[in-house]
Each structure stands twice: as structure tokens, then as C-alpha cells.
Design a protein around this ligand. Structure first.
Ligand code: GH3
Ligand code: MG
Length: 533
């Protein structure tokens, strides 16, 4: 459904209200207020800015608490003004994208901001998103550290004083890994004293930025560091932590082998390997212990492979082998050997000992690199789904389960719900089944038996709803289902910092301000999808 249809729905709603008032003597001022308020939100959402502006100007003169009655016949002027605006509707085209006046960062740039000053954070978030970057927010050091490891940002901006620790303590937890991954880490502080700067550099920050930030200086700083990051990235082929090939090198090699096998009859296999319950290891024993596990796995991989095989770190705790000339059967034998050795390793952490397993998906090259990777990935997903610590070989005859992504809209506003539902329902992805669900309120969603542990969820949650407030829904969701496969974006119409802050504290993964435009929502959902899948 395009914007025009939503406008039509909106016009119908306006006409419905007008004709209903027609039959009455008078209406309460509060009723008119609510009508204009809804109209303002919706017209903003679908790009009818002049109508939104008109509503704002009228709202300024009214009060929601006022029980005054307004005679209906005095509304004629008001109605004709709305009609005139509607006749000259300013349709916003989909191509009118975000403000492009500022230069673009590439869309792989992800910035993590660890700071509890919401005014600052939302300002930077908006600025960076306009420039095309992904932005992740953490309001305290603990969450910031977790997000650093799980979402692998390219930039980290850390406030000097956080509610649970200092920025320096965050540095202690991430600096080594950040360095190995060429992540740009900066401390941001109001107190740019000599001692603070020296401590920041000593403990692993690359930069010390002073608050308040000068926007222009900050933008040129970002571009400068981003260029440097890219140049370093291009020249490095090994992963700093584990010593195996990095993701960029994997991309290069897999394309090289694909090219080779189209010219000769030499096939090759891809093994994708993912550590089981790695998050628990981090949670129980700390990230340095997690890093030890990764290092050890890299070591075993390098020792077990043949000279002509290649080992890579594909993502956080996901690794890969490319085995030229190997059949899938040979690949299974090979990975069993790696598995036996790695499972036998006993990790020592203080008084605790633990061992670690991994799951594997294997596919052999047939038609294209993309297909190869998605086949191995699907097989890996099946290995996880069927119990972990095992190998699954991709087989075209027995199609494996496709990943299921659910987009859930919880909003009491029927128009917004319908609009989002219909737009999101038009989406499709090659290897993923997308289902869209819409609920009018929190309880009907929470009680709907919506969750299945092996599937993926993005919840778009309205902030203000009758029956159960959006924040309460969020709180229950995070309390009951704080899973990596459930992401929540809070759609908040409230302007006060408090609500966004409360949402982030409760664990919202993103927020979006209402009134929003459809394209903004789509952009955000797309970003969340890359985060979750
Ligand atoms: P599953 O068995 O389904 O794979 O569960 P999992 O816990 O292994 O997977 P999940 O994706 O939930 O967690 C992956 C974790 O890996 C989250 C992230 O914090 C951690 N991680 C990613 N990169 C690093 C790293 O370089 N060092 C450390 N210590 N942890 C990392
Ligand atoms: Mg894992």
C-alpha cells in the first residue's frame, strides 16, 4: 500500500469525525484535542507536514483537561481549513530520504555509545544515523561491554563517568580486544584534565574527546578515523585475537576458490563452526575467559588443518574452514578430529573448570558463493536446533528448516498498525521466512503464545497504550524473554527524556520517535534485522 492509500484512510477518518459531530450540538474541548493530536501524529507519519503543522498550531490553543463544550457550528472555519490543506496535500515521495547534506559514512560503520546522558546520546544517534551509520546505545558500563562483544562495533565512544563504573574501567574490559580488531575507542569527558587524558591513553583509548562536542569537529574526526580504520582493515588478513584468517580474508579466499572451481573441476567445501552457549561462558567467567576459549580454538584449528586448508574467524564466535579438493565426507572426518581435540580441552578459571563444544554446518561448492554460505549457514542452524555439539551436512534433497523471522507490531492506533502491517508484509528475504503480526495492546500480545526459542523476533512496541503501558510490556518482555533472538524497538511519542531513558534501562534495543515517517521505520527494522540474523 503506498502513501496515498494511507492518506485516503486518514481522510476517511477525518470525514467520519466531522459527520459524527454534525449530528451533535457541541463537543468537548478534550475531544477536539484528542482528535487533533491523533491527526498530528498520523499526518506526520505519512509525510503530510502542513497538516501536522496546522494541528500543532491548533493544539497550542486547546487543553486536554478542559471540559468546555464547543458548539459544533463554530467549527465550520476549522473544518474548511482542514479541507483546504487536504486538497493541497504535500505527498512525500519515498525517494525523499534522510538529510543527505552531510557526507556519508559507509553503512557498515557501527558506533557504540556508552553514556547515560540521554540528551547527548540521542543527539549523536540522530547525527550518525543521518550519516548512514548504525548506532547502538548503552546507558551503563556493563551493558556497554556486552554490546561491544556481541555487536562488534567499529567505533566506541565512552563517557568518563557512568552509573556503574568509570569509562576507564570499561576500557580495561574492552581495550585489548578493541585493539586486536582495529576498533576506534574514544573517551568523552567534560573534564579534559591532563591526568584524565593520560589515564585514558594508558588504559587503551585512542582518543580523548571533550564534551560538549563541536559537531563539525566531531564529523571530521569520524571521517578521519574511519579512513584510517579502512586502510588498516585492508592490509590485515589475520584476526588479531586468534591468529586465523579474518573475515575480509575469508571473503577474498572463498571467491578465489569459487573462481578456480568454475575453471577447473576442483571442488571445495565450506565448514561453518559456532561455539555453543558462548554467551554463558562470558557471563559466568568474564570476557577474558571467553577470549581464551576463542584463542584456544584458533590454535587447535591451525594445528589440525592441512597446509592447503584455510581457517578463518567469520564473526564473533563463528569460525570457518575452506577445504579445497575435499568432499563433504572428508570434511566431516576432518571436523570430527578438530572436535575431539577441542572438546577435551579443560579451561581453568579460578576454582572452576569447564569444557566447551561447538556446532558445525558443512556445504560443498556448487552454484555460487552466496548459495554456498547460506547452505552451510542453514546446516549450522539445523545443528544448533537439533541439540548442538554436532555436525550437519547441507543436503539439497532434504531441505533444512528455514529461519523464521517474526515482525511484531504492538500499537493501539489502528491506522499505524495497518500501515506498518501492510508495508512490512511486502518484505521478503531469500533464506528467511518473514511473518508479520499486529496486536492492539500489550496483554493480547503477551498472552498470545508468540514465542518459540529457535525463531527470531523484532517487536515494534508503542510507548503509550491503554490497558498496559508500553514500558510495562517492555519490562515483562525483557524479564521473561531476555533472549538474543528478541529485539525490541520502542516507538515513543513522548518527548521527555525520561521515557526513552526508561526504555533503554529496561533493555530496549532501539527507539524511534513518533511521529515517524514510514521510511524511517523501514530503515530501522532493516538495521535491526542485520543485528539479529
Ligand atoms: P548458541 O549456542 O546458540 O550459539 O549460543 P551462544 O551463546 O554461543 O550465541 P550468542 O550469539 O547468544 O552469543 C555469542 C556471544 O559471543 C555474544 C558475545 O558477547 C560473544 N562474543 C563475540 N565476540 C567475542 C569476543 O571477541 N570475545 C568474547 N569474550 N566474547 C565474544
Ligand atoms: Mg554460539
Amino acid at each position: 500500500m503506498d502513501q496515498r492509500n494511507y492518506q485516503k484512510m486518514l481522510f476517511d477518518r477525518i470525514e467520519m469525525a466531522f459527520s459524527e459531530w454534525q449530528d451533535r450540538e457541541s463537543i468537548a474541548e478534550s475531544e477536539l484535542y484528542r482528535f487533533l493530536h491523533t491527526l498530528k501524529r498520523m499526518s506526520g507519519t505519512i509525510g503530510m507536514d502542513s497538516l501536522a503543522k496546522f494541528c500543532s498550531s491548533q493544539l497550542a490553543m486547546l487543553s486536554v483537561d478542559n471540559m468546555n463544550r464547543i458548539p459544533v457550528h463554530t467549527l465550520n472555519n476549522f473544518k474548511s481549513r482542514i479541507h483546504r490543506i487536504i486538497e493541497n496535500v504535500d505527498v512525500l515521495k519515498d525517494s525523499d530520504s534522510l538529510d543527505m547534506s552531510i557526507n556519508h559514512l559507509d553503512d557498515e560503520t557501527t558506533v557504540l555509545i556508552i553514556d547515560d546522558n540521554l540528551e547527548f546520546v540521542s543527539y549523536i544517534k540522530e547525527l550518525l544515523e543521518k550519516m548512514g551509520a548504525q548506532v547502538i546505545i548503552a546507558l551503563n558500563g556493563k551493558r556497554g561491554t556486552e554490546k561491544f562483544y556481541s555487536l562488534r562495533p567499529n567505533f566506541v565512544l565512552i563517557d568518563l563517568y557512568l552509573p556503574d563504573m568509570t569509562g576507564f574501567e570499561v576500557l580495561d574490559r574492552i581495550a585489548e580486544t578493541a585493539r586486536a580488531r582495529h576498533v576506534i575507542v574514544a573517551i568523552i569527558g567534560v573534564e579534559a584534565s591532563r591526568v584524565n587524558k593520560i589515564t585514558a591513553y594508558e588504559r587503551g583509548a585512542m582518543d580523548f574527546l571533550t564534551k560538549p562536542l563541536d559537531t563539525e569537529v566531531f564529523i571530521s574526526y569520524l571521517f578521519n578515523r574511519n579512513e584510517m580504520r579502512k586502510i588498516i582493515g585492508k592490509s590485515v588478513v589475520t584476526d588479531g585475537l586468534t591468529g586465523v584468517g579474518n573475515r575480509r580474508y575469508f571473503d577474498e579466499k572463498v571467491n578465489y576458490f569459487a573462481e578456480l572451481s568454475t575453471r577447473s573441476s576442483d571442488g571445495f567445501s565450506l565448514i561453518m563452526l559456532d561455539i555453543d552457549h558462548f554467551k554463558k561462558i562470558n557471563d559466568l567467567y568474564g570476557h577474558p575467559a571467553g577470549d581464551d576459549v576463542l584463542r584456544k580454538l584458533g590454535e587447535v584449528m591451525m594445528e589440525e588443518k592441512r597446509e592447503t586448508d584455510h581457517a578463518f574467524r567469520y564473526g564473533g564466535e563463528e569460525f570457518a574452514f575452506l577445504l579445497p579438493g575435499a568432499t563433504v565426507e572428508e570434511s566431516v572426518v576432518f571436523i570430527d578430529r578438530v572436535r575431539t581435540r577441542f572438546n577435551a580441552v579443560v579451561f581453568q578459571q579460578g576454582d572452576y573448570q569447564f569444557s566447551v563444544t561447538f556446532s558445525v554446518g558443512i556445504a560443498s561448492y556448487k552454484d555460487g558463493v552466496e548459495k554456498l554460505i547460506s547452505s552451510a549457514d542453514q546446516a549450522l542452524y539445523e545443528a544448533k536446533r537439533s541439540g548442538r555439539d554436532r555436525t550437519v551436512v547441507y543436503n539439497i534433497e532434504t531441505p533444512l528448516m528455514r529461519r523464521k523471522l517474526h515482525l511484531i507490531i504492538v500499537d493501539d492506533d489502528m491506522l499505524i498498525r495497518t500501515m506498518l502491517f501492510e508495508t512490512l508484509s511486502e518484505w521478503s528475504l531469500p533464506d528467511i521466512d518473514i511473518t508479520v503480526h499486529a496486536f492492539p495492546d500489550g496483554p493480547s500480545f503477551l498472552e498470545s503464545n508468540w514465542f518459540c526459542p529457535e525463531e527470531y523476533y523484532i517487536v515494534l512496541l508503542d510507548g503509550i497504550m491503554p490497558k498496559m503501558d508500553g514500558l510495562e510490556v517492555l519490562e515483562r518482555l525483557k524479564r521473561e524473554k531476555d533472549e538474543k533472538n528478541v529485539l525490541v524497538s520502542m516507538m515513543t511519542a513522548r518527548t521527555g527524556d525520561y521515557d526513552i531513558k526508561a526504555a533503554l534501562w529496561l533493555g530496549a534495543d532501539d527507539y524511534i520517535m513518533k511521529p515517524f515517517q514510514l521510511k524511517d521505520i523501514l530503515f530501522r527494522v532493516q538495521q535491526l534485522m542485520t543485528r539479529i540474523l
